[in-house]
Design a binder for this molecule. Structure first.
Ligand SMILES: Nc1ncnc2c1ncn2[C@@H]1O[C@H](COP(=O)(O)OP(=O)(O)O)[C@@H](O)[C@H]1O
Ligand SMILES: [Mg+2]
Length: 225
């Protein structure tokens, strides 16, 4: 399991004359396989925090440690490598490539990781079958329902066997029934694959199933349990 720890992590934005503190001295930690939820209203800093933890963005101050390595000391290439091989991302609006089929969307991550075409194909088929899309392999995103699109995105996030899945409001666009299915799928992945899931949401129902629950308000993170 990949350990993640932040120390007084802070991100501020300058907008005209004012300064917005999007993430305010956050101390976050995961050091074992958990289903970890970050719950907060829109604008509370969830996406900013997840982008920092996922090494997509750099803090204004404070630090992010991955396996005790201070990530501010890593090169862009080393950061990219951690993202590619150790972290899977799931987004609110799926971020699938519209011109690629479900299969090709999942294969792309493996291609970037240097896997052979044969391995890419076999594994993409298996991952899509596992998320219940064995009969949708050749469909392009616009030919899928939104729930199916999010399943493709989850299969893609798993392509390189990440230790951590970071999901930023993955059910924000979904109706409540589909949202429940997607949460169930992420929960199964956490339990069966021993993959940590860090999920940002404003869905209060997550509170009941999360092993670790953080709340965030005005960029300030608080561990609830
Ligand atoms: N690129 C940016 N430039 C300026 N302000 C931003 C930027 N990104 C986010 N913010 C601000 O930071 C705060 C937190 O945003 P965000 O992390 O997107 O919250 P959430 O994901 O919880 O809705 C908000 O007030 C938002 O307006
Ligand atoms: Mg957000």
């Amino acid at each position: 399991m990949m350990k993640i720890k932040t120390v007084d992590l802070t991100k501020t934005y300058r907008v005209g004359p004012s300064r917005i503190i999007a993430v305010d001295k956050v101390n976050f930690e995961v050091n074992k396989v958990t289903f970890t939820a970050i719950v907060g209203l829109s604008g509370s800093g969830k996406s900013t925090l997840l982008n920092l933890i996922g090494l997509n963005d750099c803090p204004t101050s404070g630090k992010i440690f991955i396996e005790n390595t201070d990530t501010s000391l890593l090169s862009d290439r080393e950061r990219r490598k951690i993202r590619l091989f150790h972290i899977g991302f799931v987004f609110q609006t799926f971020n699938l490539l519209p011109t690629l089929s479900a299969l090709e969307n999942v294969e792309l991550s493996m291609s970037l990781a240097g896997k052979s075409q044969k391995e890419q194909r076999e594994k993409a088929v298996r991952l899509l079958e596992n998320v219940g899309l064995g009969d949708r392999l050749s469909h392009r995103p616009r030919e899928l329902s939104i729930g199916e699109m999010q399943r493709v995105a989850i299969a893609r996030a798993l392509a390189n066997d990440p230790e951590v899945i970071i999901a930023d409001e993955p059910t924000g666009e979904l109706d409540s029934k589909t949202a429940k299915e997607i949460i169930g799928l992420l929960f199964d992945i956490n339990r069966n694959h021993k993959t940590t899931v860090i999920i940002a949401t404003h869905d209060e129902k997550i509170v009941e199933i999360a092993d670790m629950l953080y709340t965030i308000r005005d960029g300030k993170l608080k561990l609830e349990h």
